[in-house]
Design a protein around this ligand. Sequence first.
Ligand code: 4GN
Length: 244
Amino acid sequence: MKIDILTLFPEMFDSPFNASIVKRAQEKGLVEINTVNIRQFALNKHLQVDDYPYGGGAGMVLKADVLGEAIENSRTEGSWVIYMSPQGKLLDQAKVREIAGKKHLIILCGHYEGVDERVMDVVDEEISIGDYILTGGELPAMVLVDAVVRLIPGVLGDRLSAQEESFSHKLLEYPHYTRPAVYKGKKIPEVLLSGHHEKIRLWRKKQSLLSTLLKRPELLLDREYDEEERALLEEILFSGGSKE
Ligand code: 4GN
C-alpha cells in the first residue's frame, strides 16, 4: 500500500511513524508513507495557502486551487482521497478494514476554519475519528494510518492480533496476564496455569462476554450468539456474582 499525507505540517508525522510497528512495516516494504507539504503547491510568490472566508467570519479557509493541485499531484489510478473532518463518517474497525483494502490512500489534513467546500468534489470520503474538534486533521490522519497499517498482511506477523479477532466478533478482549504469577498479592486466574487448552478457551470467551457486558453493553445487542455463547451468558447472568 502507498499512503500520501497532504499537510501544512509534515514534521508532525516524523515521530509516530518512525517507531515500533509502523516503522517496521515501512522497512519491510509493506507500506510506503509520504508526507507532502501543501505549501509547495502554493500558486503565488507569497506561498499563500489560505484566504479570508467569503461572507466574512473568523478564521481562514484553505484555498481550493492549492489543495486541488496538491491532490492532483498525488492522484494515481485507483487512489482513494480521504479528508479528515469532524463532519465525516465515524471511524470504526469495519471502516478501518475497508480502507485497509485500498492500494493508495491520499489523506488530506485541514487546518484553520477548514477547506474551500469545492475541494469536496475531488474527495472520495470524509472521515472523523470521533465527535470532537482538533486544531488540525494531522492527529486524526495518524490515528487512521496506524489503525490501517496494522491490518496490512505481514505487519503483525501471520496471525491477526487477538484484539482484531475479538473486535470482529463484536466483543471486547479477555484479560491478559504475564509473569510474575503473583503481583502485590494478586494471583493470576488459576485456569491459565492448568494447561487445559479447551478450559482456557472457554474461560477467555466468558471473560470477553463479561467484560463487554460491564464496559460496552450496547455491543452485545448488535451481534448473534452461538450455543456456547448463550450458555456462557446464562452462567454470567444467573451465577449470582460468584467468580466461577
Ligand atoms: C478531524 C479534523 C477533528 C477531526 C479536525 C475528527 C481539523 N478535528 N474528529 N480538525 O476526526 C476544521 C478544519 C477542523 C479542519 C478540521
